[in-house]
Design a binder for this molecule. Structure first.
Ligand SMILES: [Zn+2]
Length: 131
């Protein structure tokens, strides 16, 4: 059985991060459809599972790799965005956040110091803000 599976999967793309996401997404949709009895959720889950199996059995590894890279790029951007938002929210009582007017670097300064001059450590531009 194992040898047969190894022979069957030889040259095929297999599992990656996007397929992992698609299977979890399909599972969540299935559970959601059990509670809401919406057939659209079941249909979306089936499409997601079909795409997952198609990608796993595909022999066009380069195309699947490109899809996975695009997925990882989007996932990384979202992860960074939520991580930064979480940090900003946790420090919002003690710090203020500004963007450098010339290089757009995000800067953090302590709150409640009045009008201060801020020097960007990246490009050296100085600007004034009220904290
Ligand atoms: Zn700057």
């Amino acid at each position: 059985m194992r040898a047969w599976l190894e022979r069957f999967m030889y040259g095929r793309y297999g599992q990656d991060d996007l397929n992992g996401f698609l299977s979890i997404f399909a599972l969540i949709l299935c559970i959601g459809s059990l509670f809401t009895l919406r057939s659209i959720l079941t249909s979306l889950a089936m499409v997601s599972l079909f795409f997952c199996v198609f990608r796993m059995l595909s022999r066009n590894a380069e195309q699947r790799r490109q899809e996975n890279l695009a997925f990882l790029r989007v996932k990384g951007n979202l992860t960074r965005f939520f991580s930064r938002t979480k940090t900003r929210l946790s420090q919002s009582k003690t710090h203020r956040f500004y963007r450098c007017p010339s290089c757009k670097q995000q800067l953090r300064v302590p709150k409640g110091k009045g009008r201060i001059s801020i020097r960007c450590p990246k490009c050296g531009t100085t600007f004034e803000k009220k904290t």
